[in-house]
Design a protein around this ligand. Structure first.
Ligand code: NAD
Length: 485
């Protein structure tokens, strides 16, 4: 299969690749060069209506296909993603600006793993049964919902797109999916792979376009029974306001401002190596990055010195170079937002210890959107810098004296996605873990993911959980049947 990208991407509707109904297009830019590389459909409600009709037509036969058959097709998709890893990784890096080695090592393998995980998962998924002794027996059917909508962001494009689509399809639903308009390429290529893998026409429809035009039309469409959304808290609130009054099922994975709590008794080397990653991996554009580093006062000075030395070694530059540690930010708009966040930190009285400026690499990346890894100290827990998501290569340092104070700092603000704890005192680690307002806590590690575990946040970080059975339950309706004996 030839997986080259056309200049103009098309929507996948009912098994065919089609231009948008209104023939409007949006530029695709490579953020590492600032150069336009193609165009994507600016889809509207008309495209959404066509995709929903195709999905509705496909649903009766897809939903009754034996789980084993769905397993075979999804597993074939996983295999084709693996086979075409290199083309997909290059497309991801050209769209997103992340280092090519990261796309190769993390993004694309995980997309394949998502399909394989839920392909096999559906073979083991079962309903429950509740016996009322000799009176009756209840059994609970878990039936697919029908047509569902999946909307994903630009930071881990294919990784998060497939994290939603795979369980939705495995559970027997038909899908209308929209990737971010900023990073559409790998979603388009996934459509080509699905057709090649023999996924029946209409089972997965992939639309390209903006949130306000295409995304909202998906959310508002009356035949779409559920929305699985990952993205900003602002867009999540807007989606909830449209979906809640019509009682659509919602899974919202939103922003974060995650604390990284470092106690004096931690395993220093492991903590330092991992903290560099949890601060700056993917240019800090991972919802799980630890952007607020809380350090026990007795080791604060040592931490600062060692951390700044290691940050200085992070090479920022062409994502295609093997030696690059930090690539480009995803877009001009996002670059401006992160730079404004750094400026706001200065105005709030923050001391920029390193970074804080754009980077202008020589050669083909001279027009790209690069920012130095930035470390800021001297700000309290309630300022905007420490409560608003920046979502870039920017972290703050705050000292704490006691475990109680560490918890207060960690739980400040309105987000509650993830947290990391570094200590050798496992009893303290577990106590702190239990008191953190977060959906995910890592102790002495970061981003160690078992796809069976519940994934999601509390407070302004979202509603619902993805992963494992949680995802298969979200994408099914529980129907209890009670039989009197
Ligand atoms: P975004 O909210 O701007 O966009 C996400 C997706 O939603 C895109 O496909 C966009 O087109 C669409 N969209 C935007 N407005 C919409 C609307 N009104 N109706 C329907 N769809 C709409 O987010 P982004 O800038 O692409 O991604 C960055 C954000 O995503 C950050 O806040 C980050 O924390 C969050 N994120 C969260 C998780 C998580 O698992 N909790 C994972 C990754 C990213």
């Amino acid at each position: 299969m030839d997986l080259s990208l056309p200049y103009r991407l098309q929507n996948l509707i009912g098994g065919s690749f089609l231009p948008p109904a209104e023939d409007r297009w949006i530029d695709i830019l490579n953020p590492a060069t600032g150069i336009v590389t193609g165009a994507l459909p600016d889809s509207t409600a008309a495209d959404v209506a066509a995709a929903v009709s195709a999905a509705q037509a496909a649903f009766p036969s897809w939903s009754v296909l034996p789980a084993e058959e769905r397993f075979r097709i999804l597993n074939r998709i996983a295999a084709l993603i693996e086979e075409h890893q290199e083309e997909l990784a290059i497309a991801e890096t050209n769209d997103n600006g992340k280092p090519l080695w990261l796309s190769r090592r993390v993004d694309i393998p995980r997309a394949s793993a998502n399909f394989r995980f839920f392909a096999t998962g559906i073979m083991h998924f079962a309903g429950e049964s509740h016996s009322m002794e000799d009176k009756a027996i209840n059994y609970t059917l878990r039936q697919p919902l029908g047509v569902v909508g999946c909307i994903s962001p630009w930071n881990l494009p294919l990784y998060l797109f497939t994290w939603k689509i795979a369980p939705a399809l495995a559970a027997g639903n038909c899908v209308v999916a929209k990737p971010s308009e900023v990073t559409p390429a790998t979603a388009y290529l996934l459509g080509r792979i699905c057709v090649e893998a023999g996924l029946p026409a209409g089972v997965l429809n992939i639309l390209h376009g903006t949130g306000p035009s295409c995304g909202e039309a998906i959310v508002a469409h009356p035949a779409i029974k559920a929305i699985s959304f990952t993205g900003s808290t602002r867009a999540g609130a807007r989606i909830a306001s449209i979906a809640a009054p019509v009682f659509k099922k919602l899974s919202l994975e939103l922003g974060g401002k995650n604390p990284n709590i470092i106690f004096a008794d931690c395993d220093w080397e492991k903590m330092m190596t991992t903290t560099i990653q949890s601060s700056f991996a993917n240019q800090g554009q991972i919802c799980l990055c630890g952007s607020r580093i809380l350090v026990e006062e007795s080791i604060y000075a040592r931490f600062k010195t060692d951390f700044l030395q290691r940050v200085a070694d992070l090479t920022v530059g062409d994502p295609m170079d093997a030696g690059t540690k930090q690539g480009a930010l995803v877009s001009r708009v996002h670059f401006d937002k992160v730079m404004a966040g750094i400026e706001r930190a200065r105005q709030e009285g923050g001391n920029v210890l390193c970074g804080g400026k754009p980077v202008h690499p020589e050669g083909r990346c001279a027009g790209g959107y690069f920012i130095e890894p930035t470390v800021i100290e001297g700000l309290g827990p309630h300022c905007d810098t420490n409560t608003e998501e920046i979502f870039g290569p920017v972290v703050t340092l705050q000292p704490f004296r006691t475990t109680e104070e560490a918890l207060q700092l960690a739980n400040a603000g309105q987000y509650g996605l993830s947290a990391t704890i570094w200590t050798q005192d496992i009893s303290r680690a577990n106590q702190v873990g239990a008191k953190l307002e977060a959906g995910i806590v890592w102790i002495n590690c970061w981003l160690l993911r078992d796809l069976r575990t519940p994934f999601g946040g509390t407070r302004n970080s979202g509603v619902g959980r993805e992963g494992g059975w949680e995802a298969l339950r979200f994408f099914t309706e529980a129907k209890n049947i009670c039989v009197e004996l």
